[in-house]
Each structure stands twice: as structure tokens, then as C-alpha cells.
Design a binder for this molecule. Structure first.
Ligand SMILES: [Zn+2]
Ligand SMILES: [Zn+2]
Length: 52
């Protein structure tokens, strides 16, 4: 949804949270997925589109 070029989103596919500046993921939860493709996201952010 937020598609600002200055705002990078989390590299975890189901996650739509903004990534921390300089990081690829929004937080440790997504960062910990590594090569595993999760269907849902467990980052815990309320606004996360992948958190079912
Ligand atoms: Zn998320
Ligand atoms: Zn994330």
C-alpha cells in the first residue's frame, strides 16, 4: 500500500511493513525467515498485510 520510493518495504514477501532504514526487513521476525518463504508473516505489526 505504501509505495513511497523513500520507504523500503520488508523483503519478506507476505510482509508489507516498512523495513527499518538500512535493513531489508521490518524486524527480527522477518529477518529470521531466511530462505524460507512464509505464507503469513509473524512480525506482529498491526498494519502488516501478511499477518493473519
Ligand atoms: Zn510483517
Ligand atoms: Zn516484515
Amino acid at each position: 500500500m505504501a509505495d513511497d520510493k523513500n520507504q523500503k518495504t520488508c523483503k519478506n514477501p507476505p510482509c508489507g511493513c516498512p523495513a527499518t532504514d538500512g535493513a531489508k526487513f521490518c524486524g527480527p521476525s522477518c529477518e529470521g525467515t531466511g530462505d524460507i518463504i512464509e505464507i503469513d508473516c509473524d512480525c506482529g505489526h498491526e498494519a502488516c498485510s501478511g499477518n493473519f
